[in-house]
Design a protein around this ligand. Structure first.
Ligand code: UDP
Length: 254
């Protein structure tokens, strides 16, 4: 097999050079990290499930007019995406108090928020992705004021859509993280949704039992991590053919 050029390796994914200019192959690993890399582990089959879950959600978002980097799934662990210039922000949308918001403001986990809250974090591993204000984003040129407007608008639309979609399968969307990129086509630039949407970067609670169905099971050693990801995929109706037995998937091509 021909060697592919590895463009970037992150905590949960690898990006390879794509088959055509302007494309990349996004490979989903089973590796999991938390607390700024201090906790590391493996969630067997996570890469296969996140590939499917993210594909499903990006296609659905595309259908309501949210532009995304997703082109098509290639195999169990890989998808073809458009190469974009990543905007160095992690955009977190929150509907219910959880995680760092509780720690920062002394809120009780599970408390309803008066309205959805959008936060910006500057993407920097060295700095541990600090929370920043819109002022920082525009002053340091990470995004222009017009781009920031667009990012906010898209994030809230995505939140409304995903909240309804998950609610229809008995899951409460507590919060999630998004990343966007600039896609250049001829002389025009569009902002598109990038990265992934999966239980790795969403908090998902069962509506009836409040049971966590996301990466918090790994972060907090709650057990049944694989089962939770599998259950999200099952409820979305996208379990890979053959079910859990197939979850190992092909090994990464070097
Ligand atoms: N999140 C993420 N990557 C990060 C930080 C947060 O995907 O580097 C997601 C996380 O899974 C949750 C939401 O963003 O769904 C809000 O996370 P929070 O700020 O509460 O931080 P955490 O408690 O995860 O450290």
């Amino acid at each position: 097999m021909a060697r592919r050029r590895r463009i970037y390796e992150g905590k949960a994914k690898v990006l390879f050079e794509g088959p055509e200019p302007g494309t990349l192959v996004q490979y989903f690993k089973d590796d999991a990290t938390a607390f700024n890399n201090q906790k590391r582990g493996t969630i067997t089959g996570k890469g296969v499930l996140n590939n499917r879950i993210s594909e499903f959600l990006m296609i659905k978002l595309g259908e309501i007019g949210v532009p995304t980097h997703f082109v098509r799934r290639l195999n169990m662990r890989e998808q073809l995406i458009r190469e974009v210039e990543i905007i160095p922000l992690e955009i977190v949308v929150r509907n219910v108090a959880a995680g760092s918001l509780c720690a920062r403001l002394g809120l009780t986990e599970g408390a309803a928020l008066p309205r959805s809250i959008v936060e910006y974090y500057y993407k920097s591993d060295e700095l541990g992705d600090p929370l920043v204000a819109e002022e920082h984003v525009t002053a340091f040129g990470w995004a222009t004021p017009q781009e920031l407007d667009e990012l906010l608008h898209l994030s809230l639309r995505i939140n409304d859509f995903l909240t309804g979609l998950f609610m229809s399968i008995g899951i409460r969307l507590i919060d999630f993280k998004l990343e966007f990129g600039r896609l250049w086509q001829n002389d025009e630039m569009r902002i598109v949704l990038a990265d992934e949407i999966s239980p790795d970067n969403c908090r998902l609670w069962d509506i009836k039992t409040n049971e966590k169905m996301d990466k918090d099971r790994f972060r907090r050693d709650l057990g049944k991590v694989e089962e939770a990801y599998l259950e999200v995929a099952r409820r979305l109706g996208i379990l890979p053919d053959g079910g859990p037995g197939d979850l190992k998937g092909p090994a990464v091509m070097q």
